[in-house]
Design a protein around this ligand. Sequence first.
Ligand code: CA
Ligand code: CA
Ligand code: CA
Length: 218
Amino acid sequence: MFETEICFSSASGNVTGGHSVGGLVGMNWMAYHQGIKNCYASGNVQGIDWVGGLVGMWSNIPYQTNCYAAGRVSAAPGAEYVGGFVGRSGGFPNPDYQCYFLAQEDLSDSVALPLTDAQMKQQAGFVGWDFVGEQTNGRNEIWRMCTDGVDDPRLSWEFGRVGDFACPDGVGMDDLETLALHWLTADSDPDFNYAADGSGDGVINQQEMEILSKHWKE
Ligand SMILES: [Ca+2]
Ligand SMILES: [Ca+2]
Ligand SMILES: [Ca+2]
């Protein structure tokens, strides 16, 4: 009935509220969504209580994987349930979640680990994450950081929709080669290259060729 997940999503705005406030999700009540994975929030989050960088309150099922929150989190003095990543979680601490938040004084989290601003801009900070251009952590190419030290991780589809399927940044021969390599593959394939699915429909075909042509050498 409630078998839904929040995936491949992000939010960049600052969020201000009262109770149950998060950078991407305020409250996931009664586990309406069963999971949240491959998501991020980059805005600052401010609330009274139940405040988290990514999620204000997540009930029942402790399922958050490969997500991060990069904004500053602040709450009322003495507030209950404040976290760099999730404010109030129905789950239990588990390092396997591989989630991260921006390290801030006096702020911890029940399911995520802190990273400094500099660590947020290093691929190595995100242990086990499947980035474009490496195969140790998988070939689905979900996250992207072509050069260390420039930006926080982004979802690869943010680049793929403008034809930039592969590193380095910019659209050129590397992207044409990636398209050819994955031509006519579908997301039923365990190694499906999400970065090259510019249209986001789960198959790599003529649509991606048109996207690539439109943005060639940009
Ligand atoms: Ca990879
Ligand atoms: Ca490229
Ligand atoms: Ca497609």
